[in-house]
Write a protein of this length. Structure first.
Ligand SMILES: Cc1cc2nc3c(=O)[nH]c(=O)nc-3n(C[C@H](O)[C@H](O)[C@H](O)COP(=O)(O)OP(=O)(O)OC[C@H]3O[C@@H](n4cnc5c(N)ncnc54)[C@H](O)[C@@H]3O)c2cc1C
Length: 359
């Protein structure tokens, strides 16, 4: 039998959960369908900085701003830019507090805990979606069940299934791969500082982020053919400082390759009744502006406001796509600058152009 859900949100990432929570706080029920079997099925990894006007705004709307502050990693905003000899070209002590850093998994846990258990269906992979003649949509899950919905929200990330209902555009590779590794606290990682570190040269990078448990999340970034073999990686970074190479050599666990994909920055669609997209499903972009999660949460807050106020979704979509297109262009420009031959100096110059760094 086909059931009905008035508002169905596909994807329980930051976008989908933020939307469900703001609606719930305003007395509007919705159901999130998430393909992961359980909340802990996947390591969420990494740190995110929450911007005042985006992520923090959405957390206020969701009523979890105070709880979020308890999760902030103090000093996590520190930034270092190094060349391949580990010479410091830019340093920001991260003491200004304007963009607090939080562990992505803990942030997701905060949103999950604030939602009623029955607001999320785990192990619910969407296999197909189709428009029905009456303006509603039918969703088929991989377990063979189906349901209909009056409002279908695609918050299902880069490879969104919902997107095909309104747009024929798919993400394309940006020619950059992050090979991600983890360095335990037992290893000396002083070179990486207390927050983010970008070591860049010759179209490659060793990027890192200090985690809330002080271990290090490292990505070897490369624009040529990626490899996850540590010995092969060390050959790629042969002429780099021993302290930076040690972040690869002393990492533990599997090295995992993540090719970076993006939708074109001007991605648009014709508004269609009963269906919309938010977050990466709508505008996945290069990660070099550090905006994706923030924009995903802002989209969620603005879509929730449009649903609560009953304003046309077309207006919400137009504003979302305008701001994400600006961020997407900036992000791609920063990515290109980082992976140019003298990327470290170019990124340091860009950072300095924003004004003097904090102590
Ligand atoms: C290397 C890297 C670093 C980044 N750093 C930052 C940063 O510092 N700051 C920042 O703001 N952003 C950053 N981003 C961007 C950020 O991670 C994303 O923009 C953000 O996670 C998007 O959230 P979302 O909820 O739209 O999508 P996602 O987080 O991808 O969530 C989508 C959810 O949908 C589920 N799903 C997918 N398909 C289906 C299906 N068929 N059925 C059911 N469920 C489905 C998935 O399991 C997932 O839980 C970074 C991205 C990358 C790649």
């Amino acid at each position: 039998m086909t059931s009905n859900h008035p508002i169905a949100i596909i994807g329980g990432g930051l976008a989908g959960l933020t939307l469900a929570l703001i609606l719930h706080r305003n007395g509007i029920p919705s159901t999130v369908f998430e393909l992961d079997a359980t909340p802990d099925a996947r390591r969420q990894g990494g740190m995110l900085d929450m911007h005042e006007e985006a992520g923090q705004f959405a957390l206020r709307q969701a009523g979890v701003y105070d709880e979020f502050h308890e999760l902030v990693l103090h000093g996590g905003e520190a930034t270092l830019i190094l060349d391949r000899d580990a010479t410091v070209l830019f340093e920001d002590g991260g003491t200004h507090g304007g963009r607090p850093e939080v562990d992505r998994g803990q942030l997701r846990g905060l949103l999950l805990n604030a939602l009623p258990d029955d607001a999320i269906r785990w192990d619910a992979k969407v296999a197909a979606v189709r428009a029905l003649d009456d303006g509603t949509h039918e969703v088929a899950l991989a377990d063979g069940t189906t349901f209909t919905t009056s409002l279908l929200v695609g918050a299902d990330g880069t490879w969104s299934k919902v997107r095909a209902l309104i747009s024929g555009v798919t993400p394309q590779p940006l020619g950059l791969t992050f090979v991600e590794m983890h360095v335990p606290v037992s290893v000396d990682t002083t070179v990486a500082g207390n927050g983010s570190m970008f070591a860049l040269a010759d179209g490659r990078g060793i990027l890192s982020h200090r985690g809330s448990d002080h271990s290090l999340h490292v990505a070897a970034a490369m624009t040529d053919e990626p490899t996850t073999d540590r010995d092969a990686l060390l050959v790629r970074f042969e002429r780099w400082s021993p302290a930076l190479r040690a972040l690869i050599a002393d990492s533990t666990g599997p090295a995992i390759a993540y090719p970076i994909n993006a939708l074109p920055s001007g991605h648009r669609w014709q508004n269609r009744s009963g269906v919309t997209l938010i977050g990466d499903a709508a505008h996945v972009m290069s990660p070099f502006a550090g905006e994706g999660a923030n924009l995903a949460m802002l989209d969620a807050a603005e879509l929730a406001a449009a649903i609560i106020e009953g304003t046309p979704l077309e207006r919400f979509e137009r504003a979302m796509l305008e701001r994400s297109s600006v961020a997407s262009e900036e992000s791609l420009a920063t990515q290109r600058l980082c992976f140019a031959p003298d990327g470290a100096q170019a990124l340091a110059d860009l950072m300095n152009s924003f004004g003097p760094p904090a102590e």
